[in-house]
Unconditional design. Structure first.
Length: 361
């Protein structure tokens, strides 16, 4: 065939994208899954505009609300100071419910109200979405588990958590440490140190762990509320993950849990941790110093907190052990996530642990 004739046949008016089958185009959009990029793709042509809403996996990174950033930081610092002063005067567990009620009326509500409005606006075109991943900007106790700074320094703290909800909290697993550093010769764990792994925490150490736990539960509850507002009118949604920029905390919900949440919402009741909460039981494992052979990391003040309803939980978690909850938390990816999982599994194997209860409020 004459090449010039082929060029003439194709021409500039022939849209090559129209030759791609719908299944292939939709597969490409599903791999893209970034909500903002998908919305931009809708403006390319009518065909894309009609196909993008059929995407079943969507990721959305919620931006900072810049004009209120300084106000939020000031409010969060004030809350942190209030917690610190109050824990010196009251018993930690008895004080948790008071502080959670106070916090629920303050900056988290305004921040998460903004997040769910942004999410609903951007996600409006995706009628057939089945899986959603929301990534929020960092807020709350930024000094805990922050990725900034040199982790080889003993001054760097560490905090990671994962929570599961249905209509209410089902489980929350928290891994924290006073310092998280690279192993060096001086960090070799000898037999004397191994014996001290499970020693009893001091009062100051316990108070710090209570503040860690409180901050994680508040963040988890706020994200649960965000999920409620985002998926309430979506019939096809089957999986939701809400994380943050630092990778510190994740809340996950599957199809069964989402349906349970919607059923409670349909009955006119409020779900979540901050209202009509069942009693919670938490177990705390602590090691003064812990090293995982082969990973090159050392945790000082290593702490594992596992939280579940005092009744033992509903459905899948009823009758399951705390070790099962740690395994199901999914700290088992690559890199840092894998190391965190190894520390969590080693901590839960320590015989001594502290059990605390939080009454319903």
């Amino acid at each position: 065939m004459d090449p010039r004739g082929e060029i003439e046949i194709l021409g500039f008016d022939d849209d090559l994208f129209d030759r791609l089958p719908d299944e292939l185009v939709l597969s490409i959009f599903n791999k893209l899954h970034d909500a903002k990029s998908l919305c931009l793709s809708m403006s390319v042509c009518k065909r894309f505009h009609s196909m993008v809403p059929k995407v079943d996996r969507v990721f959305l990174s919620v931006p900072w609300k810049r004009d209120r950033e300084s106000e939020e930081i000031s409010s969060k610092n004030s809350f942190k100071n209030i917690v610190g002063r109050a824990l010196l005067r009251f018993k930690p567990i008895r004080f948790i419910s008071r502080m959670m009620k106070f916090r629920s009326r303050s900056e988290d509500n305004s921040c998460d109200d903004c997040a769910h409005h942004v999410a609903n606006d951007v996600l409006k075109p995706f009628d057939e979405m089945r899986a959603l991943h929301l990534r929020l900007p960092c807020h709350g106790f930024k000094t805990l588990g922050s990725r900034t700074g040199d982790r080889r320094s003993n001054s760097t703290s560490f905090l990671k958590w994962k929570a599961e909800f249905g209509s209410q909290l089902q489980s929350c697993v928290i891994v924290g440490a006073r310092s998280w550093s690279e192993k060096c010769e001086s960090h070799e764990v000898n037999s004397g140190e191994a014996e001290q792994e499970s020693r009893v925490m001091t009062e100051a150490e316990l108070k710090l762990r209570i503040v860690w736990t409180l901050s994680c539960l508040i963040a988890a509850s706020a994200r649960h509320y965000l999920i409620q507002e985002t998926v309430k009118d979506r019939e096809m949604i089957e999986n939701v993950v809400v994380s943050d920029e630092s990778g510190q905390g994740v809340i996950c919900m599957d199809k069964e849990q989402i349906e349970e949440m919607k059923d409670l919402k349909g009955d006119g009741k409020k779900g979540g941790l901050l209202s009509d909460c069942r009693s919670l039981r938490m177990k705390i494992w602590y090691a003064e110093k812990m090293e995982i052979p082969g990973c090159g990391k050392v945790m000082e003040g290593a702490t594992l907190v596992v939280i579940r309803p005092d009744s033992g939980g509903d459905g899948r978690w009823r009758g399951r052990s705390y070790a099962d909850l740690v395994a199901a938390a999914g700290f088992g990816g690559e890199g840092e996530e894998k190391v965190v999982g190894e520390f969590a599994r080693k901590l839960v194997s320590i015989n001594k642990c502290l059990t605390l209860e939080m009454n319903a409020f």
